[in-house]
Write a protein that binds this ligand. Structure first.
Ligand code: BJW
Ligand code: ZN
Length: 246
């Protein structure tokens, strides 16, 4: 099955990838859903909504500081690195991620479409002015925006919020153009990101899914690999490199 996919990729020029929390799982970053997931311990509506931030900004900041620290201590894994390399096999390639953890960039991917923002950036909760990256926030003394006095929040997309318009528009355009579309390490439950593989498939793409657990996409995928991305992607890359050297 992997040979067949490698052959298809070799004959395609336009590829796109959507990643989710599962691609970073092998780096030690917890996913959201599932037994060990963040949402098993914390309720999303108490942490990942504007309502939660208005009600208890210090609790929301404690949670993000904890995650920043955790993510700051891990490294990209072979799945992230393989995706950097995969780009070489296409004339046009888009790496779209729902992750806020920055690990694709750390692995060397240069143009990453971050649908849900980036955990290291801060912005004003009222006027959305972006602040410098990497500024630590003390939950007991949350700074306010110089322009409007709004409390500073992490620049991530919470439930009920719009995704950055230019980023989601480009992601949909890339999904429509893709001849091969990969959905990797996402439960494919959160919209609008979860629509991207469906849009690609409807526009004629070969849909590939890599996820140890089945998702609503699995039965629609042309290739479903019930495997870990950090193992599967390097295998695919080895095959592609072998084909290229022949
Ligand atoms: C491995 C692995 C390994 C493990 N290898 N794999 C249409 C229908 C229904 C609802 C909606 C809809 N449109 C909008 C909505 C509402 C809502 C939504 O989708 N709700 C659903 C949950 C029902 N969407 C929104 O609110 C979005 N905004 C929006 O649509 O705005 C317009 C609007 C406004 C007002 C009203 C209506 C519409 C915004 C969504 C923002 C999501 N934000 C979060 C938090 C980000 C910040 C932060 O990180 O703190 O984003 S939630 C969380 O889920 C995070 C993730 O990016 C996102 C997706 O999760 P992901 O990545 O799929 O992770 P998991 O944990 O779910 O799955 C991991 C997978 O990995 C699993 O399948 C494992 O098996 C697998 N795995 N190890 C490969 N080694
Ligand atoms: Zn402001």
């Amino acid at each position: 099955m992997l040979e067949k996919l490698a052959e298809i990729i070799t004959n395609c020029s336009n590829g796109a990838v959507l990643t989710g929390a599962g691609i970073s799982a092998e780096s030690g970053v917890p996913t959201f859903r599932g037994k060990e997931g963040l949402w098993g311990k914390f309720r999303p509506e108490q942490l990942a909504t504007m309502e939660a931030f208005i009600a208890s900004p210090e609790i929301v900041w404690e949670w993000y500081n904890w995650r920043r620290q955790l993510i700051g201590e891990v490294q990209p894994n072979p799945g992230h690195y393989a995706l950097c390399e995969l780009e070489r096999f296409f004339d046009s390639f888009a790496l779209i991620t729902q992750n806020v953890d920055n690990l694709h960039r750390l692995a060397g991917s240069t143009r990453v479409l971050e649908l849900h923002g980036n955990i290291y950036r801060n912005k004003c909760s009222q006027c959305s002015t972006i602040l410098d990256e990497g500024v630590d926030i003390d939950p007991a003394a949350i700074p306010v925006c110089e322009k409007c006095g709004g409390k500073i929040r992490p620049d991530v997309v919470w439930f009920g919020e719009m995704l950055p318009e230019d980023v989601i528009n480009e992601a949909f355009a890339r999904a429509e153009q893709a001849e091969v579309f990969f959905s990797i390490g996402t439960s494919a439950m959160v919209h609008p990101a979860a629509s991207l593989p469906l849009v690609a498939k409807r526009a004629g793409a070969t849909l590939v899914e890599i996820n140890p657990e089945e998702t609503p996409l699995s039965h629609l995928a042309d290739f479903y690999f019930p495997a870990k991305s950090g193992e599967m992607l390097p295998e695919l890359l080895t095959l592609l490199e072998q084909r290229a050297s022949h």
